[in-house]
Structure formats: C-alpha cells, structure tokens
Design a protein around this ligand. Structure first.
Ligand code: ADP
Length: 171
C-alpha cells in the first residue's frame, strides 16, 4: 500500500472513495462533513437519512464506518466514519485507529483501490494533531486491505506537516 500526505481539499480528490469525518447522527455538521455535503449535493444526505431509518436508527457508532454515494463529488463513494472526541482523562486511540481500519474494510467491500482520508477527530473533536497523525498512519499501514493508495488530505500547514512526519516515521 502506498501512503501519501497531501495538502488540499478532500472534496476535490479524484479517488474511488473519500472518507468523511462525520458525527453519529449522519445528518451533517461542520468542517469536512459540511464541505462534503455542500459540494456533493443532497443525494448524500438522502442516502444518510435512509441509513438512519434502516441500519442505524441510533446513529453510527464511534469507530464505525459506512458508505454512501458521493453525489456530485469526483469520487464514487463517501465513506462516513465517526471519530472520538478527545479527552485527556481517557485513552481513545483505539477508537481513532478503528475509524481508519473500518473505513478501509468498507473500501474493500466496494472494490475501491484509492481512498482519501481527512485528519479525523483533529477539528472540533480536538484530538492532538501529532498523536492523531501517528495513529491514523499506523492504523492504515497495519490494516490488511486491497486498497492500493491511501491519501491523507490536509487542509492546513500544521496538519500537513504532522501527517508528513507520521508517514515518514512509518516507512
Ligand atoms: P472532527 O469533527 O472529526 O474533528 P472536522 O471536520 O472538525 O472533524 O476537522 C477535521 C480536520 O479536517 C481539521 O483539520 C479541518 O481543518 C480539516 N478540514 C476541514 N475542511 C476540510 C476539507 N474540505 N478538506 C480537508 N480537510 C478539511
């Protein structure tokens, strides 16, 4: 598997699947979630509502992942995953690692070979960047998968530098 960190906007990625840093409701939010729904159009939200009324009446659990159409995005699918909120009083690194592992498992069921991830949990969920980057890259590396290319897409310089360092550490 090739892993790269790039600067950019996840909604513009020409990959098979982009991962959304969703919340449990699956009904939209700010940050990456807001950008994906804005750019992808109402089809994605319709698919999310359908999932809520069928498979996930109580919402998608932290560390789980599920796919929908990508609507008008260049990607074919959006894989929604719910990161943990950071708290210093509890180690939630396993839950954060699960987001990447479960997203790659979903990618396998779709037959996706290129997947773009955002820096899950490092926005409003406040996970410390360097720690989140190491967990993300390690989890992707350690997951047995047919996905050939994993691209971490970072919005700002600080995130880009943290993920670039984590990718280098993992090589
Ligand atoms: P979470 O709720 O999991 O913390 P956020 O969406 O709040 O997720 O933020 C995760 C990271 O994604 C932050 O670093 C944020 O700056 C970044 N981000 C926001 N919009 C985009 C985008 N369009 N493409 C890539 N990254 C983005």
């Amino acid at each position: 598997m090739r892993i790269a960190a790039v600067r950019g906007d996840i909604t513009e990625q020409e990959v098979d699947a982009v991962v959304n840093a969703a919340n449990s409701s699956l009904l939209g939010g700010g940050g990456v979630d807001g950008a994906i729904h804005r750019r992808g159009g109402p089809e994605i939200l319709e698919a999310c509502r359908e999932l809520r009324s069928t498979r996930y009446p109580d919402g998608l659990g932290v560390g789980q992942a599920v796919a929908t159409t990508a609507g008008k995005l260049p990607a074919r699918w959006v894989i929604h995953t719910v990161g943990p909120t950071f708290t210093p009083s509890e180690d939630r690194s396993e839950l954060l690692a699960a987001c990447f592992r479960e997203s790659l498992k979903v990618a396998d069921t779709l037959g996706a070979s290129t997947v773009a991830f955002p820096a899950v949990s490092t926005g409003v969920y406040r996970y410390p960047l360097a720690e989140a980057a190491e967990i993300a890259v390690r989890s992707a590396r350690d997951t047995p998968t047919n996905v050939e290319n994993v691209r971490f897409v970072l919005f700002d310089t600080e995130s880009y530098e943290a993920f670039t360092a984590a990718v280098q550490h993992s090589e």
